[in-house]
Design a protein around this ligand. Structure first.
Ligand code: FAD
Length: 288
């Protein structure tokens, strides 16, 4: 099933994200995690792609496992340091596994990379065109409610996001944010720029204080005062922070659904209990 059809089916649902292991020895555990999260019935599961294709085999194995569970997999794919032949090979393998949905990304540029190592495509929009040529894929892309760190300004960021729409992107998934008014402001700016593909908000339930502060510094995500107070209060009590993080994420999701978003994507960090906790909190709010 194509994700664009799920996003337009009028039901309220949540999707979630998995990341692949770094070593083969951990693959079995990751495959088990797919089964565990599948029990909480997400609408689809996305599988991330390690920088520069470092996890390609494991990402594909996880995507296959998701499809084998009767759910669409959204396979992430990055073009940094990759040439067309390699990308075509990965897409062919995914197609063989029944994967019909690709989140086409540039990937982060490694600090030590030289200009000539960039690969066949410089931007995600070029990869999107290529993916569409390679098969009948539904293609998603990334969107940044607070602007991508390299784009200079939010205005410029939105101009650049338009390249993804021009390349035929079917839907956008956002970077995490902890204040919904940031997303609502962004949606207005997108509409004003003529971008009206479905936008799936990405929500990160916080589970680790140090980690979240580091990720937010790198991505430029703002920490609202009430969120920062929560993270600081429970920084040394992991179980308490997890519960508070699930509650905070649940509050954000209910507000998003109340304001018209039908699908919310959860950055579950491979933790089945977090996805299950949010689903339990939402109860009848989501369609089963
Ligand atoms: P692009 O769209 O190419 O944008 C990169 C920068 O270039 C931006 O600043 C943009 O404004 C600018 N730009 C775009 N087009 C042009 C143009 N034509 N001319 C000038 N400037 C331009 N990374 C991974 O390695 N693996 C993953 O699995 C992964 N999953 C992600 C999932 C989501 C939902 C998100 C939000 C990010 C994910 N990332 C992942 C991180 C992502 O790869 C980085 O944020 C990366 O730096 C930018 O990717 P992009 O696809 O948005 O690139």
């Amino acid at each position: 099933e194509k994700i664009i059809d799920i996003l337009k089916n009028g039901k309220i649902h949540l999707s979630c994200e998995l990341f692949p292991p770094k070593q083969g020895a951990e693959l079995q555990n990751s495959l088990e995690i797919v089964n565990k999260i599948a029990a909480s019935t997400p609408s689809y599961m996305s599988v991330t792609y390690g920088a520069g294709g470092s996890t390609v085999g494991y990402s594909a194995a996880l995507a296959k496992k998701v499809e084998d569970n009767g759910m669409p997999a959204l396979a992430h794919l990055t073009c940094v340091k990759a040439d067309e032949a390699k990308l075509a090979e990965v897409l062919g393998q995914l197609q063989g596994f029944g994967v019909k949905n690709i989140l086409a990304l540039r990937g982060d540029i490694p600090a030590d990379m030289q200009g000539e190592e960039i690969g066949s495509f410089a931007h995600a929009s070029e990869l999107m065109r290529f993916v569409k040529q390679q098969g009948d894929f539904c293609v998603g892309g990334a969107a940044y409610p607070e602007g991508h760190p390299e784009s200079g300004s939010l205005e410029k960021d939105i101009e650049n996001t338009k390249y993804k729409v021009d390349a035929g992107v079917d839907f956008l998934v956002t970077q995490m944010f902890f204040d919904n008014t940031i997303l609502y402001n962004y949606m207005f700016r997108l509409l004003r720029a003529g971008i009206n593909v479905p936008v799936v908000p990405g929500i990160m339930p916080v589970t680790n204080a140090k980690q979240i502060i580091r990720i937010c510094q790198l991505s430029g995500t703002k920490l609202p005062p009430q969120f920062r107070a929560m993270v600081e209060k429970f920084a040394d009590k992991p179980e308490a922070l997890k519960q508070a993080g699930i509650a905070y994420a649940t509050g954000q999701i209910i507000d998003l659904i109340a304001n018209g978003f039908d699908n919310v994507h959860i950055y579950t960090m491979n933790k089945p209990e977090i996805f299950a906790g949010i689903m339990n909190n939402l109860g009848e709010i989501v369609d089963k």
